[in-house]
Ligand binder design. Structure first.
Ligand code: GLN
Length: 491
């Protein structure tokens, strides 16, 4: 039996009133990690001493009557591509296995200022390339609802940790779906905010025109709280939006009367499991029952988004990953004859198969003679995808679709077939190409395996997504429940 789920907003209240101490809350989570992480494998590094020290500092501040931050005492886990000062940051890769950053990124610093207690670094596909966590160079994370299945990826460790009760809030990164898809597979709330809303200073880069940090939480209120804590302009990130985030909790309960929902037909294509389609349509009916309107619409270039992404993301990755040369970070291969040989040996030993595949694809797409045929063309397709959304948002306030066409698949099922793996992200990738916010919320299950509804919004309009998601949550009487994380059991 899993212990009772507690949300960040309830826990924060209890810590504020002194009913629970931050130290107690932290111990509960650390004990749970101890009890289940041998099976779930959501963490690459756990930092119990630092977490307990931070928790005690919060408790002391409370006793002194100091004002506490919005996440004071709340256990938080961050994906292992967030640079954390003095704490190993591997990116799920051998090449960074022993890399200890000399600084923390902006999101991590803001979390500390908000009073969050960071309990550890979560498992991920190597350099965030993957949809199942099986590309982790260390070991795959498992889905706590059914340990023989994947938790999704690349932020699979973050999603699994939340639903297994190994943290209260987690953060991941989403380049093509890596927060939303694991959120959907694990039955948690996952947000990919508008491109530029959360600073990426200190987030190890995968594809810089697409990467965005996002929270994974047990409910919608927590997602709003978790976004609030880290959102907002940062001069250290040149792509950071010049935007003053609103109070995301303010008006979250205003309901959906008059909200115009578009339902893009291309998101229910071949490969969509019937149970997924049924659950998503039921969720949309719930929203229309509350006073929203919904109608079918078309995003005609959706079909081309996946191909464009698999040119653009690898192209950017091939440039970003050039820095792992055995000189500046992490691993250096032994026994090299000269400098070029050292580069080659280090990269051959340090990178896994999927990362090498992306580097080769990207280098090819950017090489002279092929640049126009691939990279430039992909950028043109990207513009078409963005325009599809612009046209739709002239008519609708939000778009509703599945997060992923399927529920969590079995470990090993797609590992040898890159195309099947890439297809896990058909519904999430267009949103990254257009830089829009996308929110995945639980909307049912297929024999115990969670299904996610994806709500897509206008740029910087996260507030409307939260409002719609909150209305759905209230109407369904949703109560967060932890997964058992037991031996292959399903509830
Ligand atoms: N699964 C996609 C990929 O492998 C998306 C990854 C991500 O969002 N980081 O590139």
């Amino acid at each position: 039996m899993a212990p009772e789920a507690i949300t960040a907003h309830k826990l924060r209240e209890r810590i504020g009133s002194g009913e629970v101490s931050a130290e107690e809350a932290t111990r509960i989570v650390l004990d749970r990690i101890e009890a289940v992480d041998g099976r779930v494998k959501a963490f690459l590094t756990v930092t119990p001493e630092a977490a307990l020290a931070q928790a005690r500092a919060i408790d002391a501040a409370r006793r002194r009557g100091q004002k506490l931050g919005p996440l004071a005492g709340v256990p938080v886990a961050v994906k292992d591509n967030f640079c954390t000062e003095g704490v190993r940051t591997t990116c799920g890769s051998r090449i960074l296995e022993n890399f200890v950053p000399p600084y923390s990124g902006t999101a991590v610093r803001r979390l500390a200022e908000a009073g969050a207690v960071i309990v550890g670094k979560t498992n991920m596909d190597e350099f965030a390339m993957g949809s199942s966590n099986e590309n982790s160079a260390f070991f795959p994370a498992h889905n706590p609802w059914d340990l023989e299945r994947v938790p999704g990826g690349s932020s699979g460790g973050s999603a699994a940790a939340v639903i297994a009760g190994e943290t209260v809030v987690a953060y991941g990164s989403d380049t093509g779906g890596s927060v939303r898809q694991p959120a959907s597979f694990c039955g948690v709330v996952g947000l990919k905010p508008t491109y530029g809303l959360i600073s990426r200073f200190g987030l190890v880069a995968f594809a810089s025109s697409l990467d965005q940090i996002g929270p994974l939480t047990l409910d919608v209120t927590d997602a709003a709280l978790a976004l609030q804590a880290v959102a907002g302009h940062d001069p250290l990130d040149s792509t950071s939006a010049r935007h003053d985030p609103p109070d995301y909790l303010d008006g979250i309960d205003r309901g959906v009367k008059g909200l115009r929902i578009g339902v893009p037909r291309e998101y229910f294509g071949a490969g969509t499991e019937p149970a997924v389609e049924a659950a998503v349509r039921k969720a949309i009916d719930i929203l229309t029952g509350l006073g929203a309107t919904a109608e079918e619409c078309s995003l005609p270039n959706t079909d081309h988004a996946l191909s464009a992404y698999y040119i653009i993301a690898p192209a950017e990755a091939s440039a970003n990953l050039a820095r792992y040369d055995g000189v500046r970070y992490g691993l250096r291969a032994a026994g090299a004859e000269d400098l070029t040989d050292m580069y080659a040996k280090t990269r051959a030993q340090g990178f896994g198969a999927e990362v090498k595949r992306r580097i080769m694809l990207g280098t090819y797409a950017l090489s002279s003679g092929y640049y126009d045929a691939y990279y430039l063309k992909a950028q043109k397709v990207r513009t078409l995808v963005r325009r599809d959304f612009e046209r739709a948002f002239a008519k609708y306030d939000v778009l509703a679709a599945p997060t992923s066409p399927t529920v969590a698949f079995k470990l090993g099922e797609r590992a040898e077939n890159p195309l099947a793996m890439y297809l896990a992200d058909v519904c999430t990738i267009p949103v990254n190409l257009a830089g829009l916010p996308g929110l995945s919320i639980p909307c049912g299950d297929d024999r115990g395996l969670p299904i996610g509804l994806q709500l897509i919004g206008k740029p910087l309009d996260e507030a409307t997504l939260f409002r719609a998601a909150f209305a759905h949550e209230q109407a369904t009487g949703f109560k967060p429940k932890l997964a058992p994380a037991g031996k292959g059991e399903r509830t």
